[in-house]
Design a protein around this ligand. Structure first.
Ligand SMILES: NC(=O)C1=CN([C@@H]2O[C@H](COP(=O)(O)OP(=O)(O)OC[C@H]3O[C@@H](n4cnc5c(N)ncnc54)[C@H](O)[C@@H]3O)[C@@H](O)[C@H]2O)C=CC1
Ligand SMILES: O=C(O)CCC(=O)C(=O)O
Length: 526
């Protein structure tokens, strides 16, 4: 039974795939309500209220996946999760339309004083002169961040006859042209925009993007909107410009601290309109994001590919199908390398050739590294935390794509380098035969890496193979398969033997005492 905890009122209708699964027990409530059982959960589903801190992660030693029913993952300590090997997934597009529509509604309300008119009329006044608005038609909307929401917003703005100027360092000219928007530098956007709306994540680069200095560059009467993350517009910096009348109005759905204090200075200005982080609060969006994360968690628990991991390279289902056969091969190669090369390693180089060069191989390299490190360490290592663990241990690794296939349709070559020695391995996947190791430390060989293996380095002399068979026979060890390889007659040679069951611990020492045997390594668990 896998235990899953769902918090923050994630819409239950969307959770059906998880709730209907008999091998999963889903608890719905808060971390506090289930504090005595936190150690049992493998998956945690949250919106934004639950703060998944390093401390919470420590209380959940079995946790493998955190799923955020929404876009922003700023309530999750990503570094701590990654270090622990906990996968973090989100629901990237389930609330795009709702948040876009909310932003548009905020913009229309702001320029036409709708909230102010509403409360004034409800308080018994009829103040038509005070609430003269501004048309959107013909105005320039400055969009900072042209991702999913920025893009949807630009389409709606164009439909309203607005000009759209966009700043996003990752926006190509081609895409800008297709979307019929002008791609501009940030300073230019500040100069030309009548309304500025931000749609970036909150990062070190975007924190305080609109601050005292940058707001000073904006047009007099500018309207500012933040339906992304509190802090992208510096709240304090707005005050002098609201006082002076430089800013025409501000619409905020998000705040630096949520909820904002009831005496927050911005709440006192009539030109500031606010909503309590409602961007994604529609029936549709909440159903979408719940269903997206429920599917992801279910897939993960069933060992199927997940698509929206934040701390793993993403790939589609189709890509996963192509990568799957090599996944097992890289796992085995990492394990064999780690066990054959016992000394400290400071460099791992992975090269992919043939069909593999058409694929995104980053996940394979992570998998290989995880398997390599796992055999050496006592902590949880997986594709998520392998890069940070390698870094911590001073191991540099890299991958490249190469044209050297050595006649195979696909080939993975790995070299691990230490201070004094190096070890290399080549492997391929052949549909009819499965995964094969084709070269080991420069020796051509051909074996299926499976079960309990014994790697023997020896001198190519008559009788060595027979002596190995004799020693193993004396220990009643039955050899399943045996492969030999050599570079030159009479020179260095290797043997790779496989067995049906585990070997006695001391068998390496016994074999190393046989004449002409140089080195023996047991390779288990492949
Ligand atoms: N108010 C609400 O309830 C909701 C808020 N959000 C927030 O809205 C924001 C945008 O969401 P999406 O469009 O889905 O994200 P996205 O990831 O699709 O788009 C973000 C865009 O920002 C751009 N960007 C990153 N750094 C930048 C910088 N320094 N300057 C300019 N552009 C930069 C990226 O290139 C990307 O195109 C996020 O912060 C998200 O958390 C999302 C959903 C609901
Ligand atoms: O869960 C929510 O309502 C917040 C949505 C949000 O801010 C996001 O998806 O980034």
């Amino acid at each position: 039974m896998a235990y899953v905890l769902v918090t923050d009122g994630i819409k239950e209708d969307g959770l059906q795939p998880l709730l209907n699964e008999s091998t999963i027990q889903c608890d719905i409530g808060s971390l506090n309500e289930f504090s005595d059982r936190l150690d049992q959960y493998e998956a945690l589903l949250v919106r934004s209220a639950t703060k998944v801190t390093a401390e919470v992660l420590n209380q959940m030693p079995n946790l493998k996946i955190v799923a955020r029913a929404g876009v922003g993952v700023d309530n999750i300590d990503l570094d701590a999760a990654t270090k622990r090997g906990v996968i973090v997934v989100n629901a990237p597009d389930g609330n795009t339309i709702s948040t876009t529509e909310h932003t548009f509604a905020m913009m229309a309300s702001l320029v036409r004083n709708i909230p102010q008119g509403t409360s004034s009329l409800k308080s018994g006044k009829w103040m038509r002169k005070d609430y003269v608005g501004t048309e959107l038609y013909g105005k320039t909307l400055g969009i900072v961040g042209m991702g999913r929401i920025g893009t949807e917003l630009s389409r709606r703005a164009r439909a309203f006859g607005m000009n759209v100027a966009v700043f996003d360092p990752f926006l190509t000219n081609d895409r800008a042209q297709k979307l019929d928007v002008e791609s501009v530098e940030f300073d230019h956007l500040l100069d030309v925009a009548d309304i500025i709306t931000v749609h970036t994540p909150l990062t070190d680069k975007t924190r305080g993007l609109l601050n005292e200095e940058t707001i000073a560059r904006t047009k007099k009467g500018v309207f500012l909107i933040n339906c992304a993350r509190g802090g992208i517009i510096d709240e304090k910096a707005l005050i002098p410009y609201l006082e002076s009348g430089h800013i025409g109005g501000v619409a905020l759905d998000v705040f630096e601290s949520e909820p904002p204090e009831h005496n927050h200075p911005l709440l006192g200005y009539d030109q500031v309109i606010v909503t309590p982080h409602l961007g994604a609060s529609t029936k549709e969006a909440q159903l979408n994001v719940a269903a997206q994360v429920a599917d992801e968690v279910l897939y993960f628990l069933q060992d199927k590919p997940i698509r929206n991991a934040i701390n793993l390279p993403g790939f589609s289902k189709e890509e996963y199908e192509k990568i799957k056969p090599y996944y097992e091969l890289t796992r085995k190669m990492g394990s064999i390398l780690s066990q054959c090369m016992k000394s400290a390693v400071n460099l791992v180089e992975v090269s992919y050739a043939g069909k593999l060069t058409e694929l995104d191989t980053a996940i394979l390299t992570r998998n290989l590294m995880a398997s390599f490190l796992k055999s050496r360490l006592d902590t949880t290592v997986n594709e998520v935390n392998a890069p940070s663990i390698a870094r911590e241990r001073g191991i540099t690794y890299g991958e490249k794509h190469s044209s050297e296939t050595h006649g195979y349709s696909n080939l993975i070559s790995v070299t691990v380098q230490g201070d004094k020695e190096a070890f290399s391995l080549q492997g391929t996947y052949i549909k009819e035969y499965g995964d094969r190791i084709t070269q080991l430390n420069g020796f051509d060989i051909d074996f299926h890496p499976q079960g309990h293996l014994l790697y023997i380095q020896h001198n190519d002399r008559p009788g060595v193979i027979g002596n190995v068979g004799k020693v193993l026979g004396e220990h009643e060890i039955n050899i399943a398969t045996m492969q030999v390889g050599r570079k030159t007659a009479g020179g260095e040679a290797i043997m790779m033997l496989s067995f049906d069951s585990e070997l006695p611990k001391n068998i390496e020492e016994t074999l190393e005492s046989v004449q002409d045997i140089v080195k023996v390594e047991q390779i288990g668990g492949v």
